[in-house]
Design a protein around this ligand. Structure first.
Ligand code: GAP
Length: 449
């Protein structure tokens, strides 16, 4: 079954050129850098620069706002990244979290067998029939804790944040006074030793996830699964991704993870075609039963009103923060010609925009920077603001458009006398004169955060 969130005929195809434009913009404007570039780079890891760090934070905050802050049936968690082997034994990751790996015996490159267009053809050197037998390659990073390298010191970097919610289920049930249906949400880093990282931050070995484990009475699982499919699709659309670039795709039975009895992906139309943004899985009671069995603890819910005791089923919307950031950038990017000049705009939703407001004195001559500094100080307690006094004002507007700043506030020589500033809109480029005394209220109304 493939459900779509828009009419098929309206959909433009993917735009391969857009990928390079975004990668260039990210580097040029300090959004994303290759990791350890001064040493020649470190493939599959990335550093988020001043603009990117703020954008990533805003993506995660928008998720937390929608999944935790705006709900009374979800609580948050921040669990450890390092975990003992028992957790991964119980979760099934030690045995099942593998990809089929093949080596080309001619060019010595490694490939994921399940991602090859032709299972006998090496995409690197073009040799046919030169692959080794596929072997199961476990994606977890293993290391040791403490100074002694014996078997007892073995630990793993988590490959998903989800297990933190399952191992803390009892703690949270006892301390939060929640009862099913309720959820535990977490945002944080996960690590996978991917065989084929690539497509910029789409698939990396270190990435950030935003996951919810929603615990429900078993009979309610199907309806909650449908509920979360619709909710999660809506989240991306509400934050500005056009619906024709989004769709839901149900997994075939042979695609399902070891824990899942049903999964659908929210997919985005990336420049190379449809790709997963988020998986929404019906994990049943797999995880709680596994951890109960391995830990010897009771992981169940006792309903005092009905006298019923049961192991809740789990619906899991699991999103990637870094992957979502890439989708938001791709969807927001546009260029247009204004007065014979090319204008690049990141039409980001104001909630995601790294800076909400930029304060720009028209000239570097006093008293303008002094007054602009006062305006900046008024705005900073409310929003993340940029300040720029270099170059011509038109150039400065373009620089803000390119990083998605919704509103620019310009302080000019008249401002000194009339105590008004010009507010310029990123999308319409319209300019309004606003009294400084009313500025915070005016911007609050315009930003609609
Ligand atoms: N707890 C379930 C789980 O982890 P997943 O589909 O493997 O499910 C959830 O991961 C999301 O995490 C994916 O939809 C994707 O957005 C993100 N993700 C997974 N692997 C990633 C990687 N190597 N690089 C970047 N993001 C990744």
């Amino acid at each position: 079954m493939t459900k779509t969130a828009g009419a098929e005929s309206e959909r433009p195809g993917p735009d391969p050129a857009l990928f390079d434009k975004i990668v260039n913009l990210c580097k040029r404007r300090g959004i994303v850098f290759g990791s350890a570039e001064i040493y020649g780079g470190f493939r599959s890891a990335y550093d988020y620069g001043p603009i990117g760090a703020q954008l990533l934070r805003n993506v995660k905050d928008a998720w937390w706002r929608s999944m935790v802050q705006m709900r009374s049936d979800v609580v948050g968690l921040d669990a450890s990244i390092l975990g003992p082997p028992q957790v991964w034994e119980a979760s099934g990751h030690l045995k099942n979290f593998t990809d089929p790996l093949v080596d080309c015996t001619v060019c010595k490159t490694r490939h994921r067998q399940d991602q090859l267009d032709d299972p006998d053809l090496c995409p690197n050197c073009g040799s046919r029939g030169t692959f080794t037998e596929a072997r199961a390659f476990n994606l977890m990073f293993r290391t040791q804790a403490g100074p002694v390298e014996d078997a007892g010191a073995e630990v793993y970097l988590r490959p998903e944040t989800a297990q933190g919610m399952f191992v803390n289920f009892k703690n949270i049930l006892e301390t939060s006074r929640k009862r099913p249906p309720f959820g535990i949400a977490q945002v944080g880093k996960s690590f996978r030793n991917e065989i084929t990282p690539g497509n910029f931050v789409f698939r990396t070995r270190e990435f950030e996830q935003m996951e919810l484990e929603f615990f429900v009475p078993p009979v309610e699982a199907p309806q909650w699964y449908e509920y979360w499919l619709a909710e999660r699709l809506r989240w991306y659309a509400d934050l500005g991704i056009p619906t024709h670039q989004l769709r839901l795709r149900a997994h075939d039975a042979d695609e399902l993870s070891h824990y899942s009895s049903g999964t659908s992906d929210v997919e985005f139309l990336f420049p190379w075609g449809w790709g997963e943004l988020e998986g929404i899985a019906n994990r049943g009671d797999y995880d709680l039963r596994q951890h109960a069995e391995h830990s010897g603890q009771k992981l169940e819910y006792f309903d005092q009103a009905s006298g019923e005791r049961y192991v809740p089923h789990v619906i899991e919307p699991a999103a990637g923060a870094t992957r979502a950031l890439m989708a938001f950038l791709l969807a927001a990017f546009r260029t247009e010609v204004v007065n014979d000049e090319l204008r690049t705009v990141l039409g980001l939703h104001p909630r995601l925009a790294p800076y909400k407001v930029a304060v720009l004195p028209l000239s570097r001559k006093e008293p303008l920077p002094g007054l602009a500094g006062d305006v900046l100080a008024m705005c900073q307690p409310h929003w993340m603001c940029d300040y720029d006094e270099t170059q011509a004002i038109g150039r400065r507007y373009r620089r803000q458009d390119e990083i998605g700043t919704p509103l620019c506030v310009t302080v000019d020589f008249e401002s000194v006398d009339d105590r008004c500033v010009t507010v310029r809109d990123r999308d319409t480029m319209a300019q309004d004169r606003v009294p400084i005394d009313a500025l915070v209220e005016h911007l609050t109304g315009r930003l609609d955060l």
